[in-house]
Design a protein around this ligand. Structure first.
Ligand code: CMC
Length: 433
């Protein structure tokens, strides 16, 4: 039998050593299993932001940040983007394999059957202010699904877990579109289950009851592509949040609501909205160098939105795909967003030649171009991150399903380095000051 590879950690103060086993995955860097280090040497491990820490074994998604590789269940993102569709990608992420024709038929029918939402959810939605941000609405409403669908909350029952997963994937477009309709004061559109997943979403967003609506096939394909590219991204901040919330045994609706809250931030899913704000603020290509200088100035909090990634340090493969799609879509729609695309293109060119960005390996990420696609499709700015959330729901729920059957799974509970006051005694108020 092959000897297990180990790494020895020695405490130079005491001379004591700890031999840590090395875990090797299918691809990627080996990982040192440091579980025993606390007992053997009396230390915890410090890694703010968990940038160098593996938190689980996962078979869902693989990223090689140096090589710009992204695989869903082993399949390269480029192949899925070109040949698959979003719902098939959902099946793949959830179940680990591409569906056979029978499995595809069954899954497709199942997801379509669950697109409607309980009418109580619409009453719930009607309580928001008209200017509520759709992400704020999603955080509340997705958490509230647990109060409407009691029949799928037994997290120890595999059939319940799968039903909750399907409900989340199926209802997310309906809820996202309803949030939009509510904020613009139009009546909600009900799902039409004869339509495909993406057509149905566009119908619920843009159709009005008074007129027929036929989605533009180019728009459908562009949105489908966006959804595929955002479907999962291994242990990113929102997915790790879903796992951490789920690790306490909470229901999947509550766990996914926590993921949505995390996605909302501008350093994560909120970046697509921030990119458009930035491109609109630049507005004149002659001003690009000024903004690039601001991004480099350490005394200025401004960053180039849509640039940089925690993992991709050479290029983001999703950015390459979406950049081309963006170009094709704008050409087809003869879009008024062409000037924004032109500023984006020139900004990318200037930044990629700049030493600051080269040295720090800062490249455009997927959200640099995804916002331009969404605005060309007529999707308002405040819905961008909600659409990211819709796409990522399958990733969150697939990772949660995986975690629920992982024998190593335990409640997530990081340690800390305490830097507060040393132990001291309480003083009565009259004795203070
Ligand atoms: N513009 C200017 N400087 C930057 C940028 C940027 N967009 N991103 C990183 N830097 C600098 C940063 O100031 C630091 O410089 P120094 O070493 O001199 O202090 C260095 O690059 C490393 O940055 P970091 O913040 O330590 O890197 P990180 O891995 O912690 O952060 C990031 C990654 C994505 C949060 C960051 O690059 C960023 O804020 N980018 C803009 C927001 C954005 O586009 N986010 C979307 C991410 S992709 C979608 C998703 O997966 O959610």
């Amino acid at each position: 039998m092959a000897k297990t590879r180990t790494v020895t950690v020695t405490d130079n103060a005491t001379g004591k050593s700890f031999e840590a086993p090395v875990i090797e995955g299918t691809h990627g860097r080996p990982v040192i299993d440091i579980k025993g280090i606390s007992q053997e040497l009396g230390y915890f491990v410090h890694d703010p932001g968990y940038a160098f820490t593996s938190s689980c074994r996962s078979a869902v998604t693989y990223i090689d940040g140096e090589q710009g590789v992204l695989l869903y269940r082993g399949y390269p993102i480029e192949q899925l983007a070109e040949r698959s569709n979003y719902l098939e990608v959902c099946y793949l992420l959830m179940f680990g394999e591409l569906p056979t024709p029978e499995q595809w038929e069954e899954f497709n029918i199942l997801v379509r059957r669950h697109t409607m939402v309980h009418e109580g959810i619409r009453r719930f939605m009607n309580g928001y202010r008209a200017d509520a941000h759709p992400m704020g609405m999603l955080v509340g409403i997705i958490g509230a699904l647990s109060t409407f669908y009691h029949d799928s909350l037994d997290i120890n029952d595999p059939a319940n877990r799968e039903l909750s997963a399907v409900r989340l994937i199926a209802k997310m477009p309906t809820i996202a579109a309803d949030a939009y309709k509510y904020t613009i004061g139009q009546p909600y559109m009900y799902p039409v289950n004869s339509l495909g997943y993406v057509e149905n979403f566009l119908q619920m967003m843009f159709a009005v009851r008074a007129e027929p609506y036929v989605p533009n096939p180019v728009a459908v394909r562009a949105l489908e592509l966006m959804l595929i590219l955002h479907a999962d991204h291994e242990q990113n901040a929102s997915t790790s949040t879903v796992r951490l919330a789920g690790s306490s045994g909470t229901n999947p609706f509550a766990a996914v609501a926590a993921g949505i809250a995390t996605l909302w931030g501008p350093a994560h899913g909120g970046a697509n909205e921030a990119v458009i704000n930035m491109l609109e603020a630049i507005s004149d290509p002659n001003d690009i160098p000024k903004y690039v200088e601001r991004a480099k100035d350490k005394n200025d909090p401004f960053r180039l939105m849509g640039f940089g990634h925690r993992v991709y340090k050479n290029f983001d493969p999703r950015a390459t795909i979406i950049r081309q799609a963006c170009h094709d879509l704008l050409a087809d729609l003869d879009s008024k967003n062409e000037p924004l695309f032109e500023i984006a293109r020139q900004l990318e060119e200037i930044a990629l030649k700049d030493d600051y960005f080269i040295e720090r390996k800062l490249y455009p990420n997927v959200d640099f171009y995804s916002g331009i696609i969404l605005s060309a499709l007529g999707i308002p700015l405040n819905m961008f991150t909600a659409i990211f959330a819709m796409a990522r729901t399958v990733g969150w729920i697939s990772q949660w399903l995986e975690m629920m059957v992982d024998e190593d799974q335990r409640i997530g509970r990081p340690q800390q380095v305490y830097i507060g006051a040393a132990r001291r005694d309480y003083l009565a108020m009259v004795d203070r000051g």
